[in-house]
Ligand binder design. Sequence first.
Ligand SMILES: [Zn+2]
Length: 178
Amino acid sequence: MSEVALETLLCRRCGAPLQVGPGAKFVTCGHCGSSLRVERSESAAWTELTERTERLEEKVERMDRRSELADLDREWERTRKSLMIRGKGVRESEPSVFGGVMVLAIGVVGAIFAASMGAQAGFPALVGIGFPLAFAGFGIFAAVSQFANAAKWREAERRYRRRRAELELDRGEPGECR
Ligand SMILES: [Zn+2]
């Protein structure tokens, strides 16, 4: 039987062994699917990625990074929305320490106001104390939750900015417009 001398070369990309016929100029890796060019010197043969494969790889990498950025932006947007303060007649705003102090102040002023009204009107003790306590309680609760959300916000924003900067940094795409 006639033996065709097959050479065994390694895939440039994934290292899988490839059987290549003597005169073959191109080969497709059966393992990773790369299309490869067979290079020969007098004493050796090896494979190189074809330009097409390289371009394809670059493109895939770029798309991966772009979708990672988009995921990151969406995630941050979700976090932002979940921490935003909103309500009827309240302008949507970021939670802040200042905002927390403000609601606490409103609660305290409301409590004092309710207490003095109650005293003037001679309300029974339960009402006279209950209303001011309710105001104060509301103020403290709203303030504490706003302080906590403000801290979460700062932390999430820091993480988001850092990760985004990292992604943008290794984007390095010369010649890419847009
Ligand atoms: Zn391969």
